[in-house]
Design a protein around this ligand. Structure first.
Ligand SMILES: [Mg+2]
Length: 277
């Protein structure tokens, strides 16, 4: 079966680029720049979707452009940006956000009023959890009270931890989500990978259905799981956290359709759309 690929959804870290954690800059991974150029030449729309929630999407455009990776305005997604756009489409207008600028800015950009987690915040429709180190018991009590009062709880990501140059770092929003669920007996709805909400936003951006997307990533549990769940064509690259054996170790129905050493020759693959003559 040859997929009809109309949009390509690339992970950023370990797929398109590597971040220099000290300098905060990116370096393009082999073949990444050519792969994006080939997508454009073939009429395949490009979206970059990171699972990081530290920064708002606007943070990434100039840093990636400095590495030669130019992404169209509005085509970089983070879990918080996916959450914000999904919540706007669901009709939420006033949301208590427990998170830093990486979460607050996309919610504001989606036209939703951001309410701080304070005891006198007043009624809110929803609570959204994101990465922050700037909180105490008062903030935690305020989001719990909001859910007790009927607000629906959401989070960008509930990963227990993530990799950094210093080793494992605690996933704060996952810890807060566990506390919130413990206190309220209410399940927190998650938008980040491997949930498929991000691909709904890609459809809204590009017009491509998930079956017309290639999802490319270095993490079999995040990008590949998300893509397979949605019915996309899934491509693993071994420039990040997993090698070929790890990708191939998943059951057939959860496995990447193709695994590449890196993005070199991406457009030469048999499943890549032919450039119209
Ligand atoms: Mg990655």
């Amino acid at each position: 079966m040859t997929p009809n690929i109309r949009a390509a959804v690339f992970d950023i870290d370990g797929t398109l680029a590597l971040m220099n954690k000290e300098a905060g800059t990116f370096t393009a991974l082999p073949g990444a720049i050519d792969a994006l150029a080939a997508c454009r030449a073939a009429g395949v729309k490009v979206v970059a979707y990171t699972n990081g929630t530290f920064f708002p999407p606007a943070h990434y455009y100039p840093l990636l452009a400095d590495a030669g990776i130019v992404i169209d305005e509005g085509h970089i997604l983070t879990p918080a940006a996916v959450a914000a756009q999904a919540l706007a489409r669901m009709g939420y207008t006033r949301i208590m956000v427990m998170g830093g600028d990486g979460t607050r800015v996309p919610v504001q950009d989606a036209g939703i009023q951001v309410v701080d987690p304070t005891p006198d915040a007043g009624p809110v429709d929803a609570v959204l959890l994101g990465y922050t180190r700037d909180f105490g018991a008062t903030e935690l009590e305020s989001v719990v009270q909001a859910v007790w009062d009927g607000a629906t709880p959401f989070a960008g990501s509930v990963a227990p931890y993530f990799a950094s140059s210093k080793g494992r770092m605690l996933g704060i929003s996952g810890a807060i989500a566990a506390a919130l669920e413990n206190a309220t007996d209410t399940k927190v709805t998650v938008f980040g990978k491997p949930e498929t909400a991000g691909l709904d936003i890609v459809t809204a951006l590009t017009g491509a259905q998930p079956s017309e997307m290639a999802v490319i990533g270095d993490d079999p549990k995040l990008e590949i799981r998300m893509g397979r769940k949605a019915g996309a064509f899934c491509v693993g690259v071994t420039t990040g956290i997993a090698d070929t054996a790890k990708f191939m170790g998943f059951p057939e129905e959860e496995r990447a359709h193709a695994v590449l050493d890196d993005l070199t020759g991406f457009a030469a693959q048999p499943w890549f759309p032919k450039v119209p003559a």
